[in-house]
Ligand binder design. Structure first.
Ligand SMILES: NC(=O)c1ccc[n+]([C@@H]2O[C@H](COP(=O)([O-])OP(=O)(O)OC[C@H]3O[C@@H](n4cnc5c(N)ncnc54)[C@H](O)[C@@H]3O)[C@@H](O)[C@H]2O)c1
Length: 425
């Protein structure tokens, strides 16, 4: 009865509040791999660095995000959370957060209209701080809700695509407040984008298809941080990995890492699996689909569902849903192409996103960046800022401590040697 009352008081739009007990259990499980965030939460609950700060967060609503929300809440933040992707919400987690008194607007599978209604609800909170994964809050404020600008002291951004959009805004003079690029922290992209996306994308593809990767040709489109991780894991599962790129340096790196690199139109003819992770649009389009083998499987793990031109398939092929998260398109030639998770980031659509252990570091960066914005709001300009190096190093130190890994310290002789230019051969 007491729980029901609390739920009624917390504004929300989630699928089913009865899912809360399941969500609480899964959140607890995730927390066991998030020691760094737990340590920050403990300090936040004593020091209250975010006291009275209204925070609107637009993030994937997962068990790990629940821990970030609890950390910000412990720090005194007044929160509203909405989904940063229509397919990534874990409905039980959304219910559990509402049960804990945190406002959530997110339903897995929500349509475009509902998605933007939820963004609006998060913005109606009149945030002092925005926390984005893909820049939808910042872009909505700047384009449509400029009256909110007077309240905002800054924001944080989680992903590569969001940072790309913010830098474009900065270039055109449209960025209206300072934003910390959490993605640029080494303790974020070196681990989350590489090992997190690597493992969870394979997990998503395997859960959606239950196909064997060993012996298959697995095409990774884009050899950035996510692409490297994905290629490494597909290779480890016994696939023959092929890379496509547009950047000569990345292509060279992929070649020396031992992969075949070729133009996407060549790769289209031989691939069994294709996965885009470029942050770019129309990376797989008509000219690729028409060359693909019957039965080719296509997925995306980049932020937006623009990397695979599903619009063309919708107009030019016959669609049939063969199993959950698998839409099969039959082309006029008779070739069947299976698109996973509607071309939305597959690790969150058909799996559970990154393992908690990497999100521990990403979200430690989020929490400490929020604190940094509050402490430095008077000094910060309307720019995209990196996460300060001392925060990055501190997170790495805490993670190593939690993992029980010890490292060496420079000896005085070594310090002296490194600081001098006199000694040579
Ligand atoms: N699925 C997830 O959970 C998850 C996690 C982190 C990042 N992301 C998203 O994944 C995407 C990639 O992120 P990243 O950190 O690897 O970025 P990145 O900038 O490190 O890598 C992107 C790579 O794609 C290449 N590229 C661009 N256009 C291309 C094209 N047409 N063909 C082939 N290659 C092309 C670029 O040269 C670059 O090497 C972004 O949208 C990011 O927001 C998703």
């Amino acid at each position: 009865m007491a729980v029901a009352k609390k739920q009624m008081k917390t504004p929300h739009h989630v699928k089913d509040l009865n899912l809360a007990p399941k969500g609480h259990g899964r959140i607890e499980w995730a927390g066991r791999s998030m020691p760094v965030l737990a340590e920050i939460r403990e300090r936040f609950s004593k020091e209250k660095p975010l006291k009275g700060l209204r925070i609107s967060a637009c993030l994937h609503v997962t068990t790990e995000t629940a821990h970030l929300m609890q950390t910000l809440h412990a720090g005194g933040g007044e929160l509203v959370l909405c989904a940063s992707n229509p397919l990534s919400t874990q409905d039980d987690v959304a219910a559990a957060l509402v049960d804990s008194g945190i406002s959530v607007y997110a339903i897995k599978g929500e349509d475009r209209e509902t998605y933007f209604k939820h963004i609006k609800a998060a913005l109606d909170h009149a945030p002092n701080l925005t926390m984005d994964d893909g820049c939808d809050l910042v872009s909505s404020i700047v384009s449509d809700r400029r009256e909110l600008l007077k309240n905002v002291i800054g924001g944080t951004e989680e992903t590569t695509t969001g940072v790309q959009r913010l830098r474009a805004m900065e270039q055109t003079g449209d960025l209206a407040f300072p934003v910390i690029s959490v993605n640029d922290a080494l303790t974020k992209h070196m681990f989350d984008n590489r090992y997190g996306t690597g493992q969870s994308t394979i997990d998503g593809i395997v859960r959606a298809t239950n196909r064997l990767l060993a012996g298959s040709v697995f095409v990774v489109l884009g050899y950035g941080w996510c692409g490297r991780g994905l290629a490494m894991r597909a290779n480890g599962m016994g696939a023959d990995v092929v890379i496509t790129e547009i950047d000569p340096l990345k292509a060279l790196e992929a070649t020396m890492d031992g992969y075949r690199v070729m133009p996407s139109l060549e790769a289209a003819k031989i691939g069994d699996f294709f996965c885009t992770v470029t942050g770019n649009t129309s990376v797989l389009a008509m000219e690729h689909f028409e060359k693909m083998k019957d039965g080719a499987i296509v997925a995306n793990s980049g932020h937006f569902n623009v990397e695979v031109d599903i619009g063309w398939l919708e107009k030019n092929a016959k669609k049939r849903t063969v199993r959950e998260f698998v839409d099969e398109y039959t082309l006029k030639s008779g070739a069947r192409i299976a698109v996973l998770g509607e071309g939305r980031l597959i690790n969150l659509a058909s799996a559970e996103g990154h393992p908690s252990s990497v999100m521990d570091m990403s979200f430690a960066n989020q929490a400490l960046s929020a604190e940094f914005v509050v402490k430095n709001s008077k000094k910060l300009e309307k720019k995209v800022y990196p996460v300060p190096e001392d925060i990055d190093k501190e997170i790495a130190r805490l993670k190593l401590k939690a993992m029980g890994v010890k490292i060496d310290k420079l000896t005085p002789t070594q310090e002296k040697y490194l600081a001098s230019w006199h000694e040579g051969t």
